[in-house]
Design a protein around this ligand. Structure first.
Ligand SMILES: Nc1ncnc2c1ncn2[C@@H]1O[C@H](COP(=O)(O)OP(=O)(O)OP(=O)(O)O)[C@@H](O)[C@H]1O
Length: 270
């Protein structure tokens, strides 16, 4: 039988008191591409309504690990994983879980903005229809709410029927964030979401993430040390597939426990 993910609990004032509870409990996760052991025995907590940054040199397994959380790696031939990613009492790496439901709960935004070649409105509505949400009034409401959450509404409310491709890169990326938010996820995974953007658009994304963390749990891969130090509550330093250090971000950047972390954040390699 296919195990369904449980209904998402309603967020409430009581939920607020659990702010630092663990949303994703990651225990001994390994990921392989054939013989390449890309992620090695990774364990860490991901706390509720916080930003966790994954940093480390190119090829150290950050994106692979991120994609494993919502099972995007399943789509890669030859990829395999083991270990536990516990979410709401369920191991997300269990082959039997419904990945479509999982990806609604744990949404993903990629490095390059990838809107559909459709209108701004359709970009959000298509995912909702796919998720079985119907009714013009309901759909319109969610479109407005998610565009507002992504700090894009004021810029696009008078041109919802225009092509998403007519937006700037930064606007397109905020649209992709709105598209993910429309499905009301609990967790948002972002793989270098501002690396393809200019500094002004990048700053807008950072501001947006700081606002969104009041409601969502965010995990972000970034190459930008300043960005990690500005926005992340916790940071994990990956090196050759392992998490060498995981800590409160301020601690990691001011007082790294490991020499390799220190060398990386001070720009000696990577
Ligand atoms: N689709 C794939 N198929 C096979 N091997 C892959 C695939 N994606 C990544 N790898 C390998 O897995 C290892 C980790 O790569 P990954 O992209 O996760 O690292 P990363 O830290 O995110 O790098 P970057 O910062 O450059 O994006 C590398 O050895 C890479 O070659």
């Amino acid at each position: 039988m296919i195990a369904q993910l449980k209904e998402k609990p309603v967020r409430s004032a009581q939920h607020q008191s659990e702010k630092q509870s663990i949303v994703l409990g990651i225990n001994g996760v390994n990921v392989y591409y054939g013989n390449n052991h890309a992620v090695k025995n990774v364990s860490m907590p991901i706390h509720d309504r916080s930003i966790t940054a994954l940093i480390g040199p190119s090829g150290c397994g950050k994106s692979t690990f991120l994609r494993t959380i919502n099972r995007m790696n399943d789509l890669i031939p030859g990829a395999a994983c083991d270990g536990e990613i516990m979410y709401d009492g369920i191991n997300l790496l269990n082959r039997k879980i419904d990945v479509v439901t999982l990806r609604k709960e744990i949404g993903m935004v990629f490095q390059r903005p990838n809107p559909f070649p459709k209108s701004i409105y359709e970009n959000i509505v298509l995912s909702l229809k796919f998720a079985g949400i119907r009714g013009k009034k309901v759909l319109n409401g969610i479109v407005e709410e998610s565009l507002k959450q992504a700090a894009l509404w004021d810029e696009v409310k008078d041109r919802l029927d225009q092509s998403a491709l007519s937006l700037s890169g930064g606007q397109q990326q905020r649209l992709c964030i709105a598209r993910a938010l429309a499905l009301k996820p609990k967790v948002l995974l972002l793989d270098e979401p501002s690396s393809a953007l200019d500094p002004v658009s990048s700053a807008k994304i950072e501001d947006l993430l700081l606002t969104l963390k009041e409601q969502y749990t965010i995990v972000i891969v970034t190459h930008n040390m300043q960005q990690a130090s500005r926005i992340a509550d916790s940071t994990a330093f990956f090196y050759e597939g392992e998490v060498v250090e995981y800590n409160d971000t301020t601690m990691m950047f001011t007082c790294p426990a490991n020499k390799r972390t220190e060398d990386y954040i001070s720009g000696r390699f990577g």
